[in-house]
Ligand binder design. Structure first.
Ligand SMILES: Cc1cc2nc3c(=O)[nH]c(=O)nc-3n(C[C@H](O)[C@H](O)[C@H](O)COP(=O)(O)O)c2cc1C
Ligand code: SF4
Length: 443
C-alpha cells in the first residue's frame, strides 16, 4: 500500500519527492561579511543525504541591514550567487530541492554586529523584551526593501535554486508590518488588515514582476501571534481569523504555498515549542548584552534563582503540554481557505502522527527543524518502518539557545548517553570537510 509520506508533493511550479521538508534552521557557519562557507554546505548536504524532499534554507538576509546575527550567508549582492549555486548543486546531487528563505529582521535581532546601529521596522518602538532599537521605515525605505527582495529572488533563480520563501513569520520585518500589536503606522501601511498586508503583497508582486510566474514562491507566516506570551501588558496580536484572509490574498497574488508557523517574536514559548533550558540560556545571553536596552536587566533577572525559575515557569505554561503538531489547527484553517499546498511546522517527529495529519487534510506536508538536527536520517528511519528515530528529539531547546554563541547542533547530552565528548565531536562534525587548505583537528 502506498504511504502518503512518500508520495510526491506537487506545487504549481515544483514537485518534491516526499512530504517531509527540512524547516529553516540557521547557525553561524558563514563568514562575518555574509559570504558563504564550506560548513554551510556540509550542514545542508547532511539533510539532503538523510532523504528529505526539500530543504528550506536558513534565514538569508536580502540586505545587510536586515541581518539578525553576523555569520549568516546573505543574498544582498550578485557576487553571492556562485556560493548559493554551489550549495544548490550539492543538495541536488541527493535528489533534494533547495528553497531559499528571503529574510529581513527589521527591529528583531540577536547580535547587532558592526555594520549598522539600528534596525528598520514598521514602528519606531523598540521590541518590548530585549529593547532592540529601531527606526520606522519611510516610504522610500519601504520601496528600497521591496526592490531588495525582488533582486534577491532573481539571484536565487540565477543560482539555480528551486524557489524562494518569504520569511513573514516569527517576528521579523514582515510580521512587524502584519501584526496588529506591533504596527502603529498611520499611513497606507498601517491600520486595517489590508494596509498591514500591503508591504508583503508589494514584495510578492515585485518578485513576480522580476522572476516571472514560473518560479516557486512560498510564504512562511505566523498565523497566531500570541504577542503577550512573555511580556505582560502587550496586545495579543493577530489571530488565525486575521491570518486566513492574508493567506487568501497571497494565493490571489500568485504565491504557490503557505508555510504555517506561530509567534510574533522569536524564540517564543510556542516556537520552537518545548522547554527553556535556563542554565544554558543564561550562559549565552551575555553575548547579547550590548544589543538591546533591556538585555542587561534581563540578564540579571535570568541569573537570579527565583526570577529565572519564574521566567521558566511562565515559558512552560505558555508552551503547553503537547508539542507535536502545535500549529496543526491553524494549518487546517488555512487549508480550508486556500487551494495551494499548506506546509506546517512545529514539533513533528512521529511517522504515524504526520501521516494522520496529512490523511486528515490538515496540511499537505510537514517541515521539521529540531528533530532533524537530532536525527538527520529521520526520513530513512521512517522508510525503514520506524515510527520515531531511536533517540528522538527531547524538545529541550538547548540547540536553540546555544545558536547565538556556539555552532548549531544537538546539545542534549542525554541523547549521547551522557558522553559530552561525543556530543561535542558530533556538533563540530559540521566543519568536516573543512574549507580548502584548512586542516581540522577534531575529526
Ligand atoms: C536553532 C534554530 C534556528 C532557527 N532558524 C530559523 C530560521 O532561520 N528561519 C525560520 O523561519 N525559522 C527558524 N527556526 C524555526 C524552525 O524553522 C521551525 O519552524 C521551528 O523550530 C519549529 O519546528 P521544529 O519543532 O521541527 O523544530 C529555527 C529554529 C531553531 C531551533
Ligand atoms: S538540543 Fe537536541 S534534543 Fe534538544 S531540542 Fe535541540 S535537537 Fe532536540
Amino acid at each position: 500500500m502506498s504511504d502518503i509520506l512518500f508520495e510526491p508533493l506537487v506545487f504549481r511550479n515544483l514537485t518534491i519527492k516526499n512530504r517531509i521538508l527540512r524547516s529553516n534552521i540557521s547557525g553561524r557557519f558563514d563568514n562575518y561579511d555574509g559570504s558563504g562557507n564550506q560548513a554551510r554546505i556540509n550542514w545542508e548536504v547532511r539533510f539532503a543525504q538523510g532523504g528529505v524532499g526539500a530543504i528550506l534554507s536558513s534565514f538569508v538576509p536580502v540586505l545587510i541591514r536586515g541581518r539578525i546575527l553576523p555569520n549568516y550567508a546573505t543574498i544582498d549582492r550578485d557576487d553571492r550567487i556562485p556560493f548559493w549555486r554551489e550549495l544548490g548543486k550539492r543538495v541536488h546531487d541527493h535528489d533534494c530541492k533547495f528553497i531559499m528563505q528571503l529574510s529581513h529582521g527589521g527591529r528583531q535581532r540577536d547580535i547587532g554586529g558592526i555594520e549598522f546601529e539600528k534596525g528598520l521596522s514598521s514602528t519606531a518602538k523598540p521590541d518590548p523584551l530585549h529593547g532592540f532599537e529601531c527606526e520606522a521605515m519611510t516610504a522610500a525605505q519601504i520601496k528600497e526593501t521591496v526592490n531588495a527582495f525582488a533582486e534577491a529572488a532573481r539571484r536565487a533563480r540565477e543560482a539555480g535554486l528551486d524557489g524562494v520563501e518569504l520569511h513573514a513569520s516569527n517576528g521579523y520585518l514582515f510580521t512587524q508590518f502584519l501584526s496588529s500589536a506591533i504596527n502603529d503606522r498611520t499611513d497606507e501601511y498601517g491600520g486595517p488588515l489590508e494596509n498591514r498586508a500591503r508591504f508583503l503583497l508589494e514584495v510578492v508582486a515585485a518578485i513576480r514582476a522580476k522572476v516571472g510566474s514560473d518560479f516557486h514562491l512560498q510564504v512562511k507566516i505566523s498565523t497566531t501571534e500570541m504577542n503577550n506570551a512573555m511580556v505582560p501588558g502587550e496586545k495579543r496580536g493577530n489571530t488565525i481569523q486575521d491570518s486566513v484572509p492574508i493567506c487568501k490574498w497571497l494565493e490571489e497574488a500568485g504565491v504557490d504555498a503557505i508555510h504555517v508557523s506561530s509567534g510574533s517574536f522569536f524564540p517564543h514559548p510556542r516556537n520552537p515549542v518545548g522547554d527553556l533550558p535556563i542554565d544554558d540560556f543564561v550562559r549565552v545571553y551575555d553575548s547579547m548584552l550590548s544589543s538591546g536596552t533591556k538585555t542587561l536587566r534581563n540578564f540579571l533577572f535570568f541569573k537570579g534563582k527565583l526570577t529565572s525559575n519564574l521566567f521558566q515557569s511562565r515559558w512552560r505554561k505558555e508552551a503547553g503540554k503537547v508539542f507535536e503538531g502545535v500549529n496543526l489547527a491553524d494549518a487546517h484553517a488555512v487549508k480550508r481557505a486556500v487551494g495551494i499546498p499548506v506546509l506546517c511546522t512545529g514539533g513533528f517527529q512521529t511517522a504515524s502522527f504526520i501521516r494522520q495529519a496529512i490523511d486528515d487534510g490538515k496540511c499537505d506536508a510537514v517541515t521539521i527543524a529540531r528533530s532533524l538536527v537530532a536525527n538527520p536520517d529521520l526520513v530513512k528511519h521512517f522508510k525503514a518502518g520506524l515510527d520515531q528515530a531511536p533517540k528522538p528529539c527531547t524538545y529541550c531547546n538547548k540547540c536553540l539557545v546555544n545558536v547565538v554563541e556556539n555552532p548549531l547542533g544537538c546539545y542534549d547530552v542525554t541523547r549521547f548517553d551522557g558522553d559530552r565528548d561525543r556530543m561535542v565531536k558530533e556538533i563540530l562534525s559540521v566543519f568536516d570537510p573543512p574549507p580548502f587548505g584548512v586542516k581540522t583537528t577534531h575529526a
